[in-house]
Unconditional design. Structure first.
Length: 402
């Protein structure tokens, strides 16, 4: 890494959560089975076609540049060929929806991915429709899972979602419905349409057809963190985790997993949002869920959510040590920084948010002091998506996706 590297130092907002708890205060109902339940979910996901652990990059050069002890990036850009972390949550939820439907209709005692993938209950599965609202990645994951396991998918898109992302979702065989509003408007429309048609809504929000679906998404994300932590060198425990937040599922699963794994010695957890879609920041500040209205305009489209999921709010409220918002500028410059590395790392707009926040905070003396960032800190970040919109990626970084 070039020692003269100039990283962005944009303005940002940082909030310490006065209600953050440790040692038994933030476990979620979705993780009521503890680490064995998360390990079981990961075991099931490992049985899916084309499963490979995604890489955990050691960004030693960047760590030295911003005076951190260690800095790592979990790169979800090649997860199941979908391009993001979402199959771990939405894909797992689809598989469990289908398994429960088979068990209910056929009376089968146990149905898992082996039976679904073998097509043993194709007559039942093919009559199931799963639906969701998306800014891109979640819809792609649900469409992929529906194709993989043999059911139908209908994906609702907010008005700002690019045509490129729509085309990719269609390529997985899903039907696509364009809405005229923002992500939260799409969430409301899919809930209404699915209720009338008898579809299953795959969501972490109140629109989910049942609480089990939201819990399964949460559990699948727990499996992601289980995979990531198991990739750390023996004996290494992170001191800080920076994690993106849209409706809150990934962030809350991080908190619940960290407490299950480390208890009161868990890492400091920093929730990262786009400055124009900071529903977690505002909710934590208010001590109750706060909805943000409007177009939620941000380059980081995967984070453009105006409402925290009610299923995860209690976990997030108790487990977020800090909330941080960043401008689009931070994401742009971090994408360019990663693209300039040797070898280059291609992470998309929303995908770089946690790394962008960590790099920004590490360069701000007041943030370092408040969060306890030092030359010995061991920081984990999550690259939640790859270059899922190649055209946008090329325009931002000045070269095509490697």
């Amino acid at each position: 890494m070039n020692g003269s590297l100039a990283l962005p130092r944009p303005t940002f907002s940082l909030l310490a959560n006065p209600r953050a708890r440790r040692g038994g205060g933030i476990r979620s109902e979705a993780f009521r089975g503890g680490l064995p339940a998360i390990d079981s979910a990961l075991h099931e996901i490992r049985s899916w076609p084309d499963y490979h652990p995604t890489p955990l990059h050691d960004l030693t050069g960047l760590a030295q540049h911003v005076q951190l002890g260690q800095l790592r990036l979990k790169d979800e850009g090649h997860r199941f060929g979908v391009g993001s972390f979402k199959p771990m949550g939405g894909g797992y939820a689809v598989s469990r929806i289908l398994a429960r439907e088979v068990m209910q209709v056929a009376g089968a005692a146990r149905t898992g991915p082996r039976e679904l993938l073998a097509g043993e209950f194709a007559d039942i599965v093919s009559r199931v429709t799963v639906a969701c609202a998306t800014d891109g990645n979640h819809g792609r994951a649900v469409a992929w899972a529906a194709r993989t396991f043999g059911c139908r998918a209908v994906v609702y898109l907010a008005s700002h979602v690019s045509e490129s992302r729509e085309e990719t979702i269609r390529s997985f065989g899903a039907d696509v419905v364009r809405t005229s509003g923002n992500h939260d408007d799409a969430v409301r429309q899919v809930a209404a349409d699915a209720g009338a048609a008898g579809w299953f809504v795959v969501s972490q929000t109140a629109s989910a057809t049942s609480p089990e679906i939201a819990h399964d998404i949460f559990l699948g994300y727990g499996a992601l963190f289980h995979e990531m932590v198991n990739q750390l060198p023996h004996g290494v425990t992170p001191s800080h985790v920076f994690v993106q937040c849209g409706v809150g599922g990934l962030a809350a699963s991080c908190m619940a997993y960290a407490e299950l794994r480390w208890g009161g010695d868990r890492p400091v957890i920093v929730v990262v949002e786009a400055e124009n879609a900071a529903c977690a920041f505002r909710s934590v500040a208010a001590g109750e869920p706060v909805a943000i209205e409007g177009d939620l305009a941000t380059l980081m489209g995967g984070l453009a959510a105006g409402e925290i999921s009610p299923h995860v709010w209690p976990t997030l409220d108790a487990g977020a040590d800090y909330c941080m918002t960043i401008p689009d500028e931070a994401a742009i410059d971090t994408m360019r920084c990663l693209a300039a590395m040797n070898p280059p790392i291609a992470i998309g707009e929303a995908g770089v948010a946690s790394l962008a926040a960590a790099l920004t905070a590490a360069q701000a003396p007041h943030a370092r002091e408040l969060m306890g960032l030092t030359g010995q800190s061991r920081v984990l970040t999550i690259g939640t998506e790859g270059a899922t919109d190649p055209g946008a990626y090329a325009e931002i970084v000045g070269l095509s996706c490697p």
